[in-house]
Design a protein around this ligand. Structure first.
Ligand SMILES: NC(=O)C1=CN([C@@H]2O[C@H](COP(=O)(O)OP(=O)(O)OC[C@H]3O[C@@H](n4cnc5c(N)ncnc54)[C@H](O)[C@@H]3O)[C@@H](O)[C@H]2O)[C@H](O)CC1
Ligand code: K
Length: 237
């Protein structure tokens, strides 16, 4: 054993570092765990539901009088956007004034679980749905939810996501990131050409290695369980 590790305070520190490191996983491991959980029968739509619900719980804990707030939710066409759609439904349940801005057209939504959530929102007049790339709104948001890009990010940010990220950064309000601020690579902690700067970030299942390196962009940071069976980690972690 190295000399320093024999001194109790250093031993505790080394154990702490090992513990924190083990708690963090790679993005690739996250996708493998998610797929294994899905194959076990815990479907991705349930994970998405829990991700959106856990995010809303954190937001409601943080913001007083959520029912009086104008909340603008930007959603991308992948599952990060799907989590944003779930949040919209839950926030409407709290009585908040919710507007969803889908960055694209509904036919381009990429996954079954996101489509499923979009189709529920279409039956909910309590949530205002907008599509396309216009960034003009007839209200001032108190809160913006960034559900644009998550673990699926690759390369420089393309339109219309880039303009939405710029809009978020120049708007003065509370900003909440779903899973990871859009533009931040959750594996490396590096940013693309642009990235949202948020007040709170809720990531799912376990912390991804790059995210805690960028507390300047995440704001308050939490990792929330979303119901994936621990057995889904077997052979992966
Ligand atoms: N961790 C979990 O168990 C769960 C995570 N969930 C959420 O799902 C996203 C990951 O979803 P995925 O569809 O794989 O990726 P994204 O939503 O991040 O987007 C992918 C989509 O975006 C386009 N894209 C990629 N890079 C760019 C770019 N630079 N510019 C423009 N567009 C880009 C591309 O077309 C991709 O297809 C995760 O973060 C969580 O939020 C689940 O909901 C629950 C389980
Ligand atoms: K995001």
């Amino acid at each position: 054993m190295p000399i320093l590790a024999r001194i109790p305070i250093f031993k505790a520190l080394i154990l702490d570092i090992i513990f924190i490191y083990c708690m963090e996983i790679t993005v690739d491991q996250m996708y493998q765990i998610e797929n294994k959980g899905h194959d076990m029968g815990f479907l991705k739509k349930f994970m998405m539901e829990n991700a959106g619900a856990a995010s809303v719980r954190r937001l409601v804990e943080k913001i007083e009088n959520i029912e009086s707030k104008n909340i603008l939710i930007f959603v991308g066409l992948g599952n990060n956007g799907g989590d944003g759609l779930v949040m919209a439904r839950h926030l409407a349940g709290y009585g908040a004034k919710v507007t969803v801005m889908l960055l694209g057209t509904p036919e381009k939504i990429k996954t079954e679980e996101s489509n499923w959530n979009w189709s529920i929102l279409k039956k909910m007049p309590s949530v205002k749905l907008m599509i396309g790339d216009s960034l003009s709104f007839d209200f001032k948001p108190d809160i913006i939810v960034d559900g644009i890009l998550g673990t699926g990010i690759s390369g420089e940010i393309r339109e219309p996501y880039a303009s939405a990220i710029n809009y978020i950064n120049k708007t003065d309000c509370y900003k909440f990131a779903v899973d990871v601020p859009s533009g931040l690579d959750p594996q490396t902690g590096e940013t693309a050409n642009i990235c949202t700067k948020c007040n709170m970030t809720v990531t799912f299942h376990k912390m991804k290695q790059g995210i805690p390196k960028r507390k300047d962009l995440t704001g308050e940071l939490y990792a929330e369980k979303i119901g994936i069976p621990p057995e889904a980690e077997e052979g992966i972690l």
